[in-house]
Design a protein around this ligand. Structure first.
Ligand code: BES
Ligand code: MN
Ligand code: MN
Length: 462
């Protein structure tokens, strides 16, 4: 292990330079204008996997963006770890809120990253994180210290729902056969407080359209007599939470798994500074479902949020118009044992039911994903915890997260394996926000920790 760590130390600058190169490519999967760049990022990823020592490297085409595969199978008697990550990123807009270009990486210190953080879209989510695995793998190969089999699967459609990955997994069960999946695409509590994610929320995402009159109207001539679809939509949305911030859609909570008192107690013992939280967000007060703490609201409870809303006149100055249409994108975060399809269905039914006769409504489902919880009493989890303990000097805290990685539930269903979510980012790194960044401390800590994980896992699994 010493040799592996020495190799990492010696190559630190190059490891960073390579990450910077990949961060320069705008692999925005949601925007068709960036199609070529997404494909280019797949090529770059494949090239780097090969250079690190992976065999059977393949750019697997799908109906959407390719999945990059590579492996190093040293002995069928040894366990196999499938490393999953994604090379696609979220759109960077609003661009004007970035202090430097989203695809022109720069390193700057921040309050929580005094040693510097690399600012770029995808730096923490997930290029910086999956690339730690490529570099840790390179170090283990270079020092002839890889203790088990590894397969890599890095996809390009995570940020748009991983639809084709599900198909790919179904069709390639043999190729992807493994004992566990390792994913670094989540956060730790703080740089001096390591944690391992043991839960992800599911997601149901849809778009609604409310139509009033058949054309935009003069709001003086018709206003007051014809339904304004924006007014109506706002009212419909507002009605979906009650005064306790409970969601009012019938049956919405039917399948929600209640978490035991003991579990909730343990969950709330994790370090969490509500003052720092509010400070960071510039808010005077948090807000959420009555009866639950902030940590609970963002992990074990489902939510309903409007992600975008538009319609009518939003240009310069004023235009007195009674619009014909109003739209919103709405997402619901789900917890065990809610089903994404069922929630989409009951939302649709409810939304249609509460629409007044003066408007017509349409609901279009986007992507979804199922929630997942991962156990802590497994060899996989224990190896990850021991690795973090070794490099952070502190036992990591198991913590359920609020984000979604739909493929985790699919891995379980299709490949029959559990995942370990050993991420190294911070929630405050600006994922999906302007000025996303990833601490250099976190990048290097990840590269340093991963080889320990492999070593402990191979030892414990024997
Ligand atoms: N890496 C995130 C998920 C995440 C972030 C989990 C932080 C836990 C902590 C992932 O890339 C992501 O953004 N997923 C999407 C879902 C997807 C279907 C668009 C999400 O959570 O919104
Ligand atoms: Mn991610
Ligand atoms: Mn993301």
């Amino acid at each position: 292990m010493q040799k592996v760590q020495a190799y990492i130390n010696k190559n630190k600058q190059r490891f960073l330079d390579e990450l910077i190169e990949i961060l320069k490519i705008p692999s925005i999967s949601a925007d068709p204008d960036y199609k070529d760049d997404v494909f280019k990022t797949a090529d770059y990823t494949a090239e780097k996997l090969k250079a690190a020592g992976a065999e059977n490297v393949e750019i697997c085409q799908t109906a959407g963006y390719p999945i990059v595969y590579g492996d190093k199978l040293i002995d069928p008697a040894l366990p196999t770890v499938l490393v999953y990550g994604h090379y696609d990123v979220q759109p960077p807009d609003p661009l004007e809120l970035w202090t430097t270009g989203p695809f022109e990486p720069v390193i700057k210190p921040t309050k929580v990253h005094p040693d510097g953080a690399i600012f770029a879209r995808g730096s923490a989510d997930d290029k910086g994180q999956f690339y730690m695995h490529v570099k840790a793998f390179e170090a283990m190969i270079a020092e002839d210290a890889l203790p088990c089999n590894v397969k890599f699967m890095i996809e390009g459609e995570e940020e748009v729902g991983s639809d084709n990955l599900g198909v790919f997994c179904q069709a390639n069960k043999e190729k992807l056969a493994c004992d566990m999946v390792m994913i670094s695409d989540t956060s730790i509590i703080a740089n001096d407080c390591p944690s391992i994610s043991v839960g992800l929320r599911g997601l149901s995402y849809l778009e609604v359209e409310v139509t009033g009159p058949n054309r935009d109207l003069h709001s003086g001539v018709y206003g007051g007599a014809v339904a304004n679809p924006i007014n109506i939509l706002c009212k419909m949305i507002a009605s979906m939470h009650d005064e306790n911030n409970h969601i009012t859609i019938p049956e919405f909570y039917d399948d929600v798994a209640e978490v035991t008192k003991a579990e909730r107690k343990a969950m709330n013992e994790a370090p969490f500074d509500i003052h720092a939280y509010k400070d960071d967000l510039d808010i005077f007060q948090v807000r959420g479902e009555k009866g639950y703490t902030t940590l609970e609201r963002t992990s074990i409870r489902p939510t309903l949020d409007v992600n975008g809303i538009w319609g009518g006149y939003i240009g310069e100055g004023a235009k007195t118009v009674l619009p014909s249409k109003a739209f919103a994108k709405i997402s619901m975060r789900l917890v065990p044992n809610q089903s994404s399809d069922k929630i989409t269905e009951i939302f649709t039914k409810h939304f249609k039911k509460i629409a007044p006769k003066s408007v017509k409504v349409q609901v279009r489902p986007h992507h979804g994903g199922e929630p997942a919880v991962t156990p802590t009493d497994t060899v996989e989890y224990k190896a990850a915890a021991k690795a973090m303990k070794t490099t952070f000097g502190k036992e990591p805290i198991p913590q359920r997260g609020g984000g979604s990685i739909p493929i985790v539930a699919l891995f379980e269903e299709v490949l029959g394996v559990k995942s370990v979510l050993m991420g190294f980012g911070l929630d405050s790194d600006g994922l999906h926000s302007p000025n996303e960044h990833y601490g250099l401390f976190n990048y290097y800590k990840g590269i340093e920790t991963i080889p320990y994980f492999f070593q402990y896992y191979a030892e414990m699994k024997q």
